[in-house]
Design a protein around this ligand. Structure first.
Ligand SMILES: [Zn+2]
Length: 161
């Protein structure tokens, strides 16, 4: 009989006969206690499983990092061996970094060029187009050379007259 070993020191028969001798409220209390015990066990099992799952997860994660580190180390070792045996020079990463400031300088120069355009000259008399002329051109779209009176439309396109 499996039941006779269920509660260790008590057999099922002993326990059931003891249960039946109890008064009604005692039986209810016993039942509630049994349910509480079951709930507690279920919760405990749940947290144990959860804890074990977390443990396994972090162990696996740690192992993954370790394996990754080992492979990276092996890769670096073989890379070092490769350069050692072939006598080739390692490609310097410094060169890649050094290109960035140059690009920045070029951009800054381009921006400056946009802000300060090279001075324009009148195609008729050769005198420099003044700032007031440029401003007038921007506002009205038409400006005339201060020296010879040649007309220009916006964008310094020559106009007749
Ligand atoms: Zn002019």
């Amino acid at each position: 009989m499996v039941e006779s070993y269920m509660f260790g020191i008590w057999t099922w028969e002993e326990l059931s006969s003891w249960y039946l001798t109890l008064p009604a409220y005692g039986q209810v209390l016993c039942l509630l206690a049994a349910f509480a015990l079951i709930a507690l066990v279920v919760a405990l099992v749940y947290y144990i499983i959860k804890g074990v799952a977390y443990l396994v997860y972090y162990i696996l994660k740690g192992v993954a990092y370790l394996v990754g580190g080992i492979f990276y180390g092996i890769y670096k070792l073989f890379e070092a061996l490769y350069y050692l045996l072939t006598g080739k020079e390692r490609p310097k990463k410094v060169e890649e970094v050094s290109t960035t400031p140059i690009e920045k300088v070029i951009i800054v120069q381009e921006v400056k060029a946009k802000v300060e355009p090279t001075p324009l000259y009148c195609s008729e008399c050769g005198s420099e187009i003044t700032d007031t002329m440029s401003q007038q051109l921007d506002m009205s779209g038409i400006a005339y050379c201060a020296h010879c009176g040649k007309g220009y439309k916006s964008g310094f396109i020559e106009i007749e007259g």
